[in-house]
Write a protein that binds this ligand. Structure first.
Ligand code: NA7
Length: 536
């Protein structure tokens, strides 16, 4: 008999809930977590300004009505420390700690055909066996530092935002260089600018950012909201993004221009990316429609940033709004009005090298005391690819995914029996409310395991035909939108050599959930189920 029923890799939102849900089904579970604490991406990304871009009332577990009533979020958008406190509370409240092993990295997982179980090796040399392997490694875990010649010569400290020192960093009186202007760079830049002697932002591509309008969650608002939390959660599960958004329901191109300006201005004032992009039905499918919202945003940038040359450099013009993650910040653009902040355009003068005293571009040298990389992640597949996962006949997952990651419903892939991926490639994952998508996946996986046990099956394995059909659908839906037009991490464009494949399902959280339910109701259609009773 295997040591465990299930090994869970990772203890972020996904791993924490997997431990709870599988244990509640009576399974023997252990989660291995490389970090010294739970939280996954929220454990590692402890840089100043780190904040979720989904509202706290949405970015939280819904599985326990008691939990959602008793926990109070202090702000509209949760900051990283508060998310960690929340997850700690969840682990305490549901007694999850005994089944989570911290400071332990899974290095290898191999399917043993004869025993129909996984052998999971950790970096302390231990090997445990389990019937099921659940990947909860997260979509944004494998961080990347660009290979910059001379970085090892730099005299000052350098940091990647995804490995920020727990004790913090004091930039007082320092000349700091920041590389990267995605969601992370945009969050950390104003925090550095507020304390540093000088901040130099090295920008390769400008990004669109909408205001957060972050604010405390007032007790009366909280009480009123919580009185209908159950109904709200139901609406969220049926919604497109995993967050109920009220749009106009009309295409922007059919709307009188003054009405369009009024609608966007209203949503700009209210803050938040999802309501902004969800204002009209055609913004993410029609380039001409997207041009309207892009122009509105560029006008706001030019309004906020005083220096016209800097404002122009900050105006994105090379990709549709929303096809890269729409950033959110209340003070990023205004930060450029500070005298201690300057912007360097890497398009006209690319990065060249680092030396002891600073950073050189093709045309200039910038003296720096510290360097910060906010240069992103090998997203969606990167963290799993770092583990030596071997399926039937010793086939490597990394090899199977060489042409791009793929999975049936984003959950399972042929050749890897009894392995499930939480928010894997082919699921709505990063283009949805992750907390909700994680719960939906974990519940589906727990249901599938329960079905196998109840019907005497030992294994479930996605069929190649089901995976092919699903990924063809994922691709078809993606290419009916503007998403593939951007060189984004959604499509792997940020990682040199990574195949350009769009692997996130943009057909909507609600329809996706229905499809998963149908598959389950049909006896796990698209999976080959096998085992002792099945053989009879
Ligand atoms: P992103 O969104 O991938 O942003 C990374 C940024 O770093 C982006 O501006 C990149 O420019 C820049 N970058 C990356 N490599 C280089 C090199 N070699 N030289 C110069 N600039 C570079 O990562 P984030 O951490 O900001 O956000 C990831 C997600 O986390 C986010 O979308 C949210 O969902 C949460 P580029 O645009 O590629 O020209």
């Amino acid at each position: 008999m295997a040591d465990l029923d299930a090994v869970v890799i990772g203890a972020g939102f996904a791993g924490i809930y997997a431990v709870h849900a599988l244990r509640s089904s009576g399974l023997r579970v252990r989660a291995f977590e490389a970090g010294g604490g739970i939280g996954g991406t929220w454990f590692w990304n402890r840089y100043p300004g780190a904040r979720c871009d989904v509202e706290s009332k949405d970015y939280s577990f819904s599985f326990s009505p008691e939990l959602e009533q008793e926990w109070s979020w202090s702000e509209r958008y949760p900051a990283q420390p508060e998310i960690l406190r929340y997850l700690g509370h969840v682990a305490d409240r549901f007694g999850l700690w005994p089944d989570i092993q911290l400071n332990t990295r899974v290095t290898r997982a191999a399917w043993r055909e004869d025993a129909a179980e996984w052998a999971v090796t950790t970096d302390d040399g231990a090997v445990v066996s389990a019937r099921f392997l659940i990947s909860a490694v997260g979509c944004l875990s494998a961080y990347q530092v660009p290979s910059l010649p001379g970085l090892d010569q730099f005299a000052g400290p350098w940091y990647h935002t995804a490995r920020w020192p727990a004790e913090g960093v004091d930039f007082t009186a320092k000349r700091v260089g920041l590389i990267g202007t995605g969601s992370t760079g945009i969050q950390i830049a104003p925090e550095i600018a507020a304390v540093a002697e000088q901040l130099t932002v090295f920008q390769r591509t400008p990004n669109f950012a909408v205001p957060n309008r972050n604010r405390p969650w007032e007790p009366e608002d909280e009480r009123a909201f919580k009185s209908r939390y159950r109904q709200y959660r139901k609406e969220a599960r049926e919604s497109f993004l995993g967050v109920p958004i009220t749009g106009t329901g009309r295409p922007v191109l059919d709307e009188p221009p003054e009405e369009v300006q009024r609608t966007f201005a209203e949503r700009w004032r209210a803050g938040g990316g999802m309501p902004f992009l969800g204002a009209y039905t055609d913004l993410l499918t029609d380039q001409a429609a997207n041009d309207v919202i892009a122009e509105f945003m560029r006008d706001r940038i030019k309004e906020i940033v005083h220096d016209p040359a800097t404002a122009e450099l900050l105006c994105p013009r090379t990709f549709p709004v929303g096809s890269k993650r729409l950033c959110q910040s209340d003070d990023y653009y205004a930060m450029y009005n500070r005298p201690n902040v300057r912007l360097v355009d890497l398009r006209s003068t690319p990065l060249h090298s680092v030396s002891a005293g600073g950073l050189s571009t093709a045309t200039a040298f910038y003296e720096l005391d510290a360097l910060v990389f906010a240069t992103g992640f090998d997203a969606i597949s990167g963290a799993l690819a770092q583990i030596d996962v071997r399926g039937a006949s010793g086939v490597a997952l990394a090899g199977r995914w060489a042409a791009g990651p793929r999975a049936y419903l984003g959950l399972a892939t042929p050749g890897f029996p009894n392995m499930f991926i939480v928010t894997g490639p082919g699921s709505p994952s990063v283009l949805s409310n992750m907390a909700l998508s994680i719960e939906q996946h974990v519940e589906w996986i727990a249901g599938c395991i329960g079905y196998l046990d109840a019907h005497g099956y030992a294994t479930a394995e996605a069929t190649a035909a089901a995976e092919d059909a699903w990924m063809a659908h994922v691709t078809e839906v993606a290419y009916s939108t503007l998403f593939p037009k951007a060189d984004s991490w959604y499509i792997g464009a940020n990682i040199p050599g990574k195949p350009r494949v769009f692997t996130t399902y943009v057909g909507g959280v609600g329809p996706y959930g229905e499809k998963c339910d149908q598959v389950a109701a049909a006896g796990y259609e698209g999976f080959a189920l096998d085992g002792p009773l099945a053989a009879k």
